[in-house]
Ligand binder design. Structure first.
Ligand code: GCU
Length: 128
């Protein structure tokens, strides 16, 4: 199949958040620190040649002691909640996976914080 692609969060659309680089271990030029509010999101434009199921991998850090859940929607539909558990500190990154069905051509993948704590820091979205 096609090669996996990393969509750096700092290159995606951010609503209620900022691109930062003050914690080690990110890839690319930084990561997205969403505001600590429900509704903050990062949305990546993902283009694939053929429709079908893909594995989405989110690289994240959560330096708190509680999960930071986010709703993941593809093309605005069918939210799937991913929990994003603690990663020991903000310099420690982990990955979370989900499967999603993408359409041929352009898609949007949006990760939206579902609690007032906001989401984790997000490094990238990988699609394979
Ligand atoms: C700290 C940390 C940020 C993080 C924030 C949070 O301020 O430095 O990178 O985003 O906590 O709680 O979300």
């Amino acid at each position: 199949g096609p090669a996996p692609v990393d969509y750096q969060a700092e290159d995606c659309t951010v609503s209620q958040g900022a691109v930062e680089a003050n914690h080690a271990g990110y890839t690319g030029t930084g990561f997205v620190n969403g505001d600590n509010v429900a509704g903050a999101y990062v949305e990546c434009a993902v283009t694939v040649a053929a429709a079908g199921q893909r594995t989405l991998t989110v690289r994240f850090a959560n330096g708190t002691t509680s999960a930071r859940p986010m709703a993941v929607t593809v093309n605005g539909a069918a939210p799937v909640t991913v929990s994003f558990p603690p990663t020991a500190n903000w310099d420690t990154w982990a990955t979370a996976e989900l499967t999603a069905t993408l359409a041929a051509g352009a898609n949007t993948v949006r990760l939206t914080a579902t609690t007032a704590n906001g989401g984790p820091n997000v490094d990238y979205l990988n699609v394979r």
